[in-house]
Design a protein around this ligand. Structure first.
Ligand code: COA
Length: 156
């Protein structure tokens, strides 16, 4: 969550460091129609074979399938880079995240109790999160993954 310019500058430094160290780091999600920024995602490598991901969309971009399409693309990028284990954490009450992750083939492995503080919730107490993972064997073409993961193609 970016509250000040300093938060944004810190994120940009972090992003640059990630892209310097690993083949991929944070990514923007943009509209194919007009290039508008819809949200962000990316890969956070922990080792050459293990990375985490996450997705955040602007609220007015929810409900159109953008997150599912972006996550399917991230899965494909990770597979191409020989990531074996791709995982994501999500708040146990965030059903939209659960649906996106399950739609993209991630499997719930369990609950991590008191794991993450979510500044956007306005509470300082660490919250329980689900750990979802997808094991990747080999690269697949994007169109195949998108059509597997997303029930219908959006028309925009
Ligand atoms: C998580 C988050 C990105 C999900 O957004 P979303 O809009 O629900 O996800 P999508 O863009 O994939 O859209 C899926 C929804 O659009 C609908 N939809 C419409 N057209 C669609 C299409 N062509 N393809 C797929 N879904 C489509 C689906 O039915 C689905 O709605 P449902 O979940 O009510 O069934 C969003 O809630 C968010 O930014 N949350 C805050 C950050 C966060 O919690 N991140 C999770 C960390 S992993």
């Amino acid at each position: 969550m970016h509250i000040s310019l300093r938060d944004t500058e810190a994120f940009l430094s972090f992003s640059q460091a990630e892209w310097t160290k690993w083949p991929v780091g944070p990514l923007l999600i943009t509209s194919q129609r007009d290039g508008a920024i819809l949200g962000s995602t990316g890969l956070a490598f922990e080792t050459s074979y293990r990375a985490s991901t996450g997705i955040v969309l602007a609220k007015d971009a929810w409900g159109c399938g953008f997150a599912s399409e972006a996550l399917a693309a991230v899965v494909n990028i990770a597979a191409t880079l020989s990531v074996r284990r791709l995982y994501a954490l999500c708040h146990v009450h965030h059903e939209k995240s659960v649906r996106v992750l399950e739609r993209c083939g991630f499997v719930r492995e369990g609950t991590l109790q008191g794991h993450t503080v979510f500044p956007n919730l306005g509470v300082s107490e660490p919250q329980d999160v689900y750990c979802y993972a997808r094991m990747l064997d080999r690269p697949r073409v994007v169109s195949s993954i998108v059509s597997d993961a997303v029930p219908s193609r959006r028309t925009t």
